[in-house]
Write a protein that binds this ligand. Structure first.
Ligand code: HEM
Length: 505
């Protein structure tokens, strides 16, 4: 190397050092917080090639190495994983407004255009739609008034199971179809007819599960927007193939409801005015929120949200409860003794019994702890840069709240991997579903907390009380319960649970 080159190199090195030093100095003078630690990935790809199928396990292992908040570079996106109650509180309570935004994946845009409540950005459209949904469908008054519809659907379950005594039943599928009918009936006061139900039945469930799976699958297009048009994994294409099958049922419901409005002379009749679908149809083509036009696309997005959000989750948790009870016969026995005491041998379960079923409630809560249906909740998307746990979270990073790791943390729960409902009998007042206790958030917390809690909680308890009070359950000959999970945005059992009913009384 000649002298000139050495001199140039020296000058460049000095300049680089001076810039670096003044940048660092400015940072600490400004008090800018450092970024969290995290594993190094590959250039450009970041940590993306190292992600495992069971993200919740992998995120928990990484937390053991990097602490309760760490950073992952995934392609062009910065992701943060948070897994301690104290830091989760900073996100969902102390800085809830900043973290109330969502970053819809391409799969969600393909499914609903991001116009549903679940994926809509935090803002006036989301607020209006969520308010309408909660007020028109899930207010205390409306839920009380619609008890007859739920009772009818649960009676159908009783009849179906009674007809199949001694034969294996797929628990998740049965619950899914029941919850689907309950939700549709709450939307517009009617149910889908038996023919459509029979025709679409299991296939509809398959499509909803597929849609949910596609939403939870890491997609290269989300991490490299320049590649989005190539849809390398075919996720967008698969989603576009699945959606019409789901829309078919929504279309038939919308058609029926529009026929009713037409029969009422274009004006909804007084008693129909109250259902959510009627109101959404009235809003059609009007302006809601700040200047967004509202049409059939938005209506279908919201219906899809409610149908998909409510069915798969409810079916999943009921299936997990039944699996845990079949695995733990002593606990099953205690549940059934309580049911006999509260309901009586000659009666069937009713919704008013639910508040007296403390042990069953503890069993459900313990199942939500061990098998949270949304183990990482739904990633948050801060609308501005902020500091959590002393670390910088840049604006528009993807923030995962790892509730599964908290469920498994021995510092939070004694013997966390054991199924022990009794722990909820001691602390019931602290562990409701409303998101007030950050150790336990099966329905999320803050502004984005699940709005379906009143219905979800009622249906899970009512269905379980009915199934467990009226029938004894056994596994098919020679089978054992497996409690393996299949990770996704909704974490289901890896293999569906089949159980055989026998009359109890
Ligand atoms: C066992 C049942 C259920 C579970 C475990 C569950 C869980 C959740 C969770 C964890 C979230 C995200 C919360 C967050 O980001 O903090 C959520 C959101 C949501 N859930 Fe549920 N859910 C259930 C039932 C239902 C039902 C029955 C409905 C509707 C009838 C529903 C509709 C929704 C909607 C619309 C959202 C999006 C809320 C928003 O972003 O503002 N869910 N749910």
């Amino acid at each position: 190397m000649d002298e000139l080159a050495v001199a140039a190199l020296t000058v460049i090195s000095v300049l680089v050092f001076v810039f670096w030093y003044s940048w660092m100095f400015k940072k600490s003078k400004d008090g800018t917080a450092p970024h969290p630690p995290g594993p190094r990935g590959l250039p450009i790809l970041g940590y993306l090639p190292f992600l495992h199928v069971n993200l919740h396990h992998q995120f928990t292992e990484l937390a053991q190495k990097y602490g309760p908040i760490y950073k992952l570079q995934l392609g062009s996106k910065i992701c943060m994983v948070i897994s301690s109650p104290a830091l989760i509180k900073e996100v969902v309570r102390d800085q809830d407004t900043t973290f109330a935004n969502r970053d819809p994946p391409i799969a969600a845009i393909a499914a609903t255009g991001g116009l549903d409540i679940f994926w809509a950005p935090y803002g006036p459209y989301w607020r209006d739609m969520r308010k309408l949904f909660v007020r028109q469908m899930l207010s205390n008054n409306n839920l009380q008034a619609s008890y007859g519809l739920r009772k009818e659907e649960v009676a159908k379950v009783l009849r179906d199971v009674s007809k199949n005594i001694g034969k294996p039943i797929e628990i998740g599928e049965m619950i899914f179809l029941t919850e689907l009918n309950v939700i549709l009936s709450l939307l517009w006061g009617g149910t889908i007819d038996a023919e459509t139900r029979g025709r679409l039945g299991a296939e509809f469930r398959y499509k909803v599960s597929k849609l949910v799976d596609l939403l939870g699958k890491p997609n290269v297009s989300d991490y490299f927007p320049v590649l989005a048009k190539f849809d390398v994994q075919g996720i967008e294409k698969e989603m576009r193939a699945v959606v019409p099958g789901i829309e078919e049922i929504l279309d038939s419901v919308i058609d029926e409801r529009m026929k009713m409005i037409a029969a009422d002379g274009g004006e909804p009749s007084a008693e129909r005015e109250k259902d959510l679908l009627g109101i959404l149809l009235e809003l059609k083509e009007q302006e809601v929120g700040e200047g967004s036009s509202f049409g059939l696309t938005q209506i279908k997005a919201i219906l899809m949200d409610i149908v998909v959000g409510g069915t798969d989750t409810t079916a999943t948790i009921v299936e997990w409860v039944m699996a845990e009870l079949l695995q733990n016969p002593d606990i099953m026995k205690k549940v059934q003794e309580e049911l006999t005491d509260v309901i009586g041998e000659n009666n069937i379960a009713e919704e008013f019994h639910i508040t007296k079923l403390h042990y069953l409630d503890a069993v459900v809560k313990e199942t939500f702890r061990l098998h949270p249906p949304l183990p990482l909740l739904v990633p948050r998307f801060p609308s501005q840069s902020c500091v959590v746990g002393g670390y910088m979270i840049p604006k528009h990073s993807q923030v995962f709240l790892n509730m599964w790791s908290i469920s498994m943390d021995p510092q939070v729960w004694e013997n966390p991997s054991e199924f022990r409902p009794d722990r909820f009998l001691k602390h019931t007042e602290n562990f409701d579903y409303m998101g007030n206790n950050v150790q336990y958030l099966p329905f999320g917390s803050g502004r984005r907390v699940c709005p379906g809690i009143p219905l979800g909680e009622k249906m899970v308890m009512y269905l379980l009380a009915t199934l467990l009070h009226s029938f004894k359950w056994q596994l098919p000959e020679g089978e054992t319960v497996d409690l393996l999970e299949k990770f996704g945005i909704v974490m289901r059992k890896k293999t569906p649970l089949f159980a055989i009913p026998y009359q109890r009384f």
